[in-house]
Design a protein around this ligand. Structure first.
Ligand SMILES: O=C(O)c1cccc(C(=O)CC[C@H]2O[C@@H](n3cnc4c(=O)[nH]cnc43)[C@H](O)[C@@H]2O)c1
Length: 212
């Protein structure tokens, strides 16, 4: 069985129902704590073979536009650390805790979304506060190769999966860019429409190939 973990009711309600005896979808809550706790409980209850962390996300990069799909294969707790007079010191560099998780799944053959939408297999960044400033986005992700899909749950769900030994992958439709916050440039309905058409194809692929 595949568990589709969706952060908010808002996202859940806008997705078509793809529930059957091989797929279970659930709202796990917005943010790291809620999503990790709910994912842990659902893994204990349902023993899924795969967790798909699905929803909307922000993007910094060159390839994707609003409504395109980021398949997240590696996710990072991007704002865990210490602020001091010298700036922000990330726990990844201080060596205090594990901050990154990589999927164990092969992405070979994952279907492409329906035109005009596109897909990028990219890195995820998970934050407690959305990066709504261009300068902060550049500071946080400017030296990363390739695109970055930011969410508030991805790495927490990956951490819960890793602790339970369950494979995970992220599938996020881009609702906004990581730029100076301007809600008029966000498009959650287009992102959800794109996710709603892509997710069933993607789930069918995982059911057939890797997660029977
Ligand atoms: O700034 C606002 O007024 C505002 C209004 C509605 C929603 C938001 C969010 O930040 C949504 C967070 C929610 O969606 C995911 N998400 C979408 N885009 C991003 C992003 O750029 N950075 C981080 N998370 C994002 C996230 O996973 C949450 O579940 C703001």
């Amino acid at each position: 069985m595949i568990l589709v973990a969706i952060a908010s009711e808002l996202e859940y309600r806008q997705l078509p129902s793809f529930e059957d005896d091989t797929v279970h979808s659930a709202v796990v809550g917005v943010g790291k704590a809620a999503s990790a706790a709910a994912t842990t409980r659902l893994i204990q209850e349902l023993s899924p073979k795969l967790v798909v962390s699905a929803g909307i996300g922000g993007y910094l990069g060159l390839r994707l536009r609003i409504g395109d799909i980021a398949v997240v294969v590696d996710d990072f707790l991007a704002d865990e650390g210490v602020y001091g007079p010298g700036g922000f010191f990330h726990f990844d560099t201080l060596g205090f805790m594990q901050c990154r998780w990589q999927t164990s799944l092969s992405t070979a053959g994952i279907p492409l979304p329906v035109e005009p939408f596109r897909v990028e297999f990219c890195r995820g960044a998970t934050v407690s506060s959305t990066t709504g400033c261009q300068d902060l986005a550049r500071k946080r992700y400017g030296d990363w190769d390739g695109g970055v899909c930011e969410s508030m749950e991805g790495a927490a769900i990956a951490q819960a999966c890793a602790a339970a030994g369950v494979p995970w992958i992220g599938v996020r439709a881009i609702s906004n860019y990581l730029e100076d916050r301007d809600m008029s440039r966000w498009d959650i309905p287009i992102a959800m429409e794109s996710l709603g058409s892509y997710l069933p194809q993607c789930l069918a692929f995982f059911q057939a190939s890797q997660c029977r």
